[in-house]
Ligand binder design. Structure first.
Ligand code: PGA
Length: 249
């Protein structure tokens, strides 16, 4: 099966830069080795959806409001994203958990609202360096997943993708090892198995993210139990990201 490759631009690239990026990416992407989801900022999504329309490139948002609509100044609803042609949304990225103090409970509510509105959720989980150093990695992942999927029906998991993103590996240039990633994928699937079924644990898509680059991508995305990757920094370089997406082994 083709790998799923997700680009998280974070708070980078103006709409005019995203326009240039998407124009080049859409023209150069062959779709032979991977499916691609690009997640620019909210303000770049209109131009991005316009340029990606009819192409192989899918689009995602980096966040969504947990509420459906109403008096939530400054927020963006799932319905608005759907209306724009956005198909995916990243929920629970460690930037949001840590810098914006998003709780597991809020993340669970965002997932439910996004699913209700037909969006696919890329849900991030992962331990901090302190958790890792004190041997709590698997407990942290287990807890985050249990809280994130709380109250979801098994069929809704078809639209949920779990991204294992150890916080100490994000933006640090220090990626997790093959062993770390395989062990994490095992725990993720085990939790889904215990909460749902063998089929659900097999079918759920699991990604790895954290300092992925052109050198480590082959080994890390071919880890057992891993279906793709979530890319930050390197995805901002259109040539490098195209190269990865087109030539993934
Ligand atoms: P990075 O970011 O590739 O720059 O480490 C990954 C992410 O935050 O999703």
């Amino acid at each position: 099966m083709k790998k799923l490759i997700v680009a998280n631009f974070k708070m980078n690239q103006n709409p005019s830069e995203t326009k240039q990026y998407l124009t080049k990416f859409v023209a150069g992407f062959n779709g032979n080795r991977a499916d691609v989801v690009i997640c620019p900022s909210f303000v770049s999504l209109p131009v991005a959806t316009f340029l990606a329309s009819g192409s192989l490139v899918r689009l995602g948002a980096q966040n969504v409001c947990d509420e459906e609509e109403g008096s939530y100044t400054g927020e963006v609803s799932a319905q608005m994203l759907k209306d724009l042609g956005v198909e995916y949304v990243i929920i629970g990225h460690s930037d949001r958990r840590n810098k914006f103090k998003e709780s597991d409970r809020l993340i669970n509510k965002k997932i439910k609202t996004a699913l209700k509105n037909g969006l696919k959720c890329i849900v991030c989980v992962g331990e901090s360096l302190a958790d890792r150093n004190t041997g709590k990695t698997f407990d942290v992942i287990r807890h985050q997943i249990e809280e994130c999927v709380k109250g979801l029906y098994e069929n809704e998991l078809e639209s949920v993708i779990i991204a294992y993103e150890p916080i100490w590996a994000i933006g640090t240039g220090q990626n997790a090892s093959v062993r770390d990633v395989e062990n994490a994928a095992k725990v993720i699937r085990k939790v889904i198995y215990e909460s749902y079924s063998e089929k659900a644990s097999r079918d759920i898509q699991v990604l790895y993210g954290g300092s992925l680059n052109e050198k480590n991508v082959g080994a890390l995305l071919n880890c057992s139990g891993i279906d793709g990757g979530l890319f930050g920094k390197i995805s901002l370089n259109v040539n490098q990201f195209l190269d990865i997406a087109n030539n993934l082994k």
